[in-house]
Design a protein around this ligand. Structure first.
Ligand code: 13P
Length: 259
C-alpha cells in the first residue's frame, strides 16, 4: 500500500500569536501552487496560545493545504487539572492531530509511557490523530539498547488500541541526540529503526495496520536531508523542529518529500 507522506512542523515554545499567524500565512503562500490531491499532508503544531490565531489564518485563507496540531494534551475530559488542556478543547481550537510523548515532554515534564498510552486512547476516541514520539538517548544508543528501548516505548504506547486505531495513528522516531543538534541520523539507520518499529506494530496489530501506519523521522531534518530520507523504504515523512520555523525552509522540506 502506498502511504501518504506527512510533513509536520513542531514549533515548540516559539512564536507569539501575530508571528504564528504570519508564519502560517507565509507557509500557505509558499505551498499555494501545490496540488492538494498529491501533496504531502502538511501539519503545523504551534503553542496553545497561538492555536486560535493560526486556525483563523487557515480558515480565512480557505486553501486547505495546512492542518493544525498541538504539542500536548491531557487524557481526562475535564475537571480540576490546573494548567492542562483536554483533547476536546484542542479539537475545539481546530486541531486534528496531537503530538504526544515528545522526548522534551518525557525529559522535562515527566511524561511516562503509561500517560502516552492514555493520551493516545483519548485522542483516537475523540477522532483525532496522535503523533506518538519515541527515540533513544545517546547513552542508550552507545549501550546498544536502541531497538529494545524503542520497541518497549511503542508497545506501551499502542497497548489496548484496536488495529484500526493503530492504522490511523502516526509514529515519529526521533533519536534524542539528533534533536536540535544539527546531527541528522544517517538515513539508512533511521530507516532500519523505522522498519523495526513497523515490525513491532505488525506483531501488536497485524499486517494491515503495520502497512497503513505512517512512521516519520525527526531530528535535524533540513531541506538538504529530506530527499534522501524520503527515498528510504519505510520513512513516511518528517517531524521538523527548527527548520519548520521559517516558511521557506519548511516549504522546501514539503516539496522535497515528493521527489
Ligand atoms: P529539530 O528539527 O530542531 O532537530 O527538532 C526535532 C523535533 O524535536 C521535532 O519534534
Amino acid at each position: 500500500m502506498s502511504r501518504r507522506p506527512v510533513i509536520a512542523g513542531n514549533w515548540k515554545m516559539h512564536k507569539l500569536q501575530a508571528e504564528s499567524a504570519q508564519l502560517v500565512n507565509d507557509l500557505m503562500a509558499e505551498l499555494k501552487d501545490m496540488d492538494k490531491a498529491t501533496m504531502p499532508e502538511v501539519v503545523v503544531a504551534p503553542v496553545f496560545t497561538s492555536l486560535y490565531a493560526v486556525n483563523k489564518a487557515m480558515t480565512d485563507c480557505g486553501c486547505g493545504r495546512v492542518r493544525l496540531a498541538c504539542q500536548n494534551c491531557y487524557f481526562e475530559t475535564q475537571g480540576a487539572f490546573t494548567g492542562e488542556v483536554s483533547v476536546e478543547m484542542a479539537k475545539d481550537a481546530g486541531c486534528e492531530y496531537i503530538i504526544i510523548g515528545h522526548s522534551e515532554r518525557r525529559q522535562y515534564f515527566g511524561e511516562t509511557d503509561e500517560m502516552v498510552n492514555k493520551k493516545a486512547k483519548k485522542i483516537l476516541a475523540e477522532g483525532l490523530v496522535p503523533i506518538i514520539c519515541c527515540g533513544e538517548s545517546l547513552e542508550q544508543r552507545e549501550a546498544g539498547v536502541t531497538d529494545s528501548h524503542i520497541a518497549s516505548q511503542i508497545k506501551a504506547a499502542l497497548n489496548g488500541l484496536t488495529p484500526d486505531e493503530v492504522a490511523k495513528s502516526i509514529i515519529a522516531y526521533e533519536p534524542i541526540w539528533a534533536i536540535g543538534t544539527g546531527k541528522t541520523c544517517d538515513s539508512v539507520e533511521a530507516n532500519r529503526v523505522i522498519a523495526m518499529i513497523r515490525g513491532v506494530v505488525k506483531d501488536i496489530a497485524g499486517a494491515n495496520a503495520a502497512d497503513a501506519i505512517r512512521i516519520l523521522y525527526g531530528g535535524s531534518v533540513k531541506p538538504e536531508t529530506i530527499e534522501e530520507q524520503m527515498a528510504q523504504s519505510d520513512i513516511d515523512g518528517a517531524l521538523v523542529g527548527g527548520a519548520s520555523l521559517k516558511a521557506d525552509s519548511f516549504a522546501k522540506i514539503v516539496r522535497g518529500a515528493l521527489k
